[in-house]
Write a protein that binds this ligand. Structure first.
Ligand code: PFF
Length: 488
């Protein structure tokens, strides 16, 4: 089978930005900045981006474009025994797909509600009780939440329609539309936020630099963690997307453009988030620390309440906000699905259509767990483990395997061949030393804290299930690498 290719360089760049810009940019970045030294955090973040995020992105682009295969095949072509590393990235991506889709499902429900601010005045009660009917324990699954189920089915249907059409007519075309819309929505949201009374106080909290924090190692850990998470490194995605590049593509410059666009989106979005929180604090006569939140609580509880309180343009802002969430998350979800589908297309010489049906069929099946009343508990537990032991571990393995065993210089030469900017020896140092050292440190710290007390105060048995899924994923990765390919 001939491999699909991107139609244009811009198409590839937009698709990769679509993958990188996701929930992490909207609900994670600005809170991390706020917590870790405000404006001063931009220093460790930029350092993390230049010493680790961009170099690893260059490595993944180099692997995909040189070996013309999805993650397992690309790694296998570097060295046979590396194939399972690629599978672990692919399987981790798949696990993320199963709950990321549910969050897009919730967002669809909120997008519909946004037209009438239908979440009502008690936004916490709406989210937990009315919409999710959250049960009292992870073991009590109860029934499905039907609005969530409908949102989830819609999510999968859209992903299916786009994925079926393939790289050019599906992913590339949708990325062009999604990315244009996304940046317009971002501007609308920022303009609305900064014209609100009290917004300046929120922004001050977001960016007020506390340079003393720079001596705290946890701040640096947060910076590296966020840089990896946001670019979706170690998730097989960027290897897959770059495997559709035509010959003679610029690798290094593309990696810089994509990483900086991703960072810029996060930074600008922070003005919308903290501007709105600043207004809310002002309107309620509270300090920012009493309204600030991150992640699910920010998007589905705190910001809907802030939207209720806006002095004008409520519906427009609410619709723009949830449309922004839907688009950002959908384009990331598509890339996660493509990483898996592409791997089985390569391994079993399967047609796209069949691989997409299979991926989405199983994705939908497993995602149903998170549409039950205990779904949010499992989402929280599995998300916690997969980020440390999926993303970070694959990052370590990739840098050791390619940097030390295969030879960083070979990928560097490949990446430099048609690039405007050339990766120098600094790149080898980053791949061979900085990235593995930083990631190992993060895994060590995370493991220590996981062992000290069960994550999130959950029942240890539930934690064991979460950890067990990760172990199972690694076993399946090994198993996949022993299956013989249809065609070598
Ligand atoms: N990079 C996207 C985000 O920041 O939300 C999507 C994503 C990719 C999330 C990989 C998580 C992940 F592990």
């Amino acid at each position: 089978m001939t491999r699909e290719v991107w139609n244009t360089r811009t198409g590839f760049i937009l698709a990769a930005i679509g993958s990188a810009v996701g929930l992490g940019n909207i609900w994670r970045f600005s809170y991390i900045v706020y917590e870790n030294g405000g404006g001063a955090f931009l220093i460790p973040y930029l350092i993390a981006l230049f010493t680790a995020g961009i170099p690893l992105l260059i490595l993944e682009f180099g692997l995909g474009s040189k070996f013309l295969g999805s993650a397992p095949i690309a790694l296998k072509r570097a060295k046979k025994s590396f194939e399972w590393i690629g599978w672990w990235g692919v399987i981790a991506s798949f696990i993320i797909t199963t709950y990321y889709s549910v969050i897009v499902g919730w967002s669809f429900v909120y997008l519909v509600k946004a037209f009438t601010l239908g979440w009502g005045s008690d936004t916490g009660a709406f989210f937990n009780n009315e919409l999710l009917h959250v049960s009292d324990s992870p073991w009590n699954l109860g029934s499905f939440s039907y609005p969530v189920l409908i949102g989830l089915l819609m999510t999968w249907l859209i992903v299916w329609l786009i994925e079926k059409k393939g790289v050019q007519a599906g992913i590339e075309k949708s990325s062009r539309i999604f990315m244009s819309l996304l940046w317009i929505l971002l501007i609308v949201l920022v303009l609305r936020a900064i014209t609100l009374e009290g917004s300046i106080n929120g922004i001050e909290w977001y960016l007020k630099p506390d340079f003393s924090k720079l001596t705290d190692i946890r701040v640096w850990q947060a910076a590296y963690g966020q840089a990896f998470y946001s670019l979706g490194l170690g998730m097989a995605i960027m290897i897959t997307y770059s495997s559709y590049l035509p010959k003679k593509s610029d690798i290094v410059n593309n990696a810089f453009i994509i990483s900086l666009a991703d960072g810029a989106f996060s930074f600008i979005m922070g003005f919308a988030v903290f501007g709105t929180l600043g207004y809310m604090a002002y309107a309620k006569g509270l300090g920012i620390e009493e309204v600030v939140a991150q992640s699910i609580g920010l998007v589905f509880v705190v910001l809907p309440e802030a939207l209720n309180m806006l002095p004008g343009l409520k519906t427009l802002t609410a619709v723009a906000f949830f449309l922004c969430i839907v688009i950002a998350a959908l384009s990331s979800l598509i890339s996660l699905v493509e990483a898996f589908a592409s791997a089985i297309m390569d391994k079993f010489e399967m047609k796209r259509s069949k691989a997409v049906d299979l991926t989405i069929g199983f994705g939908l099946l497993f995602s149903l767990i998170y549409a039950t009343r205990a779904g949010i508990y499992w989402l929280d537990i599995i998300d916690h483990f997969i980020n440390t032991y999926g993303l970070i571990i694959v990052g370590i393995l990739e840098t050791v395997a390619i940097g030390w065993i295969y030879g960083a210089d070979k990928i560097r030469e490949w990446a430099n061949a048609y690039s405007d900017i050339r990766a120098g020896i600094w790149w080898d140092i980053s791949i061979k030393m900085i990235i593995p050292a930083v990631l190992l440190y993060i895994v060590y710290k995370e493991t220590r804290s996981n062992l000290a007390s069960p994550y999130g105060g959950y029942d240890p048995a539930a934690i064991m299930v979460g950890a067990g899924i990760i172990v199972l994923g690694i076993i399946v990765s090994f198993f996949m690498s022993f299956i013989k390919e249809e065609v070598e």
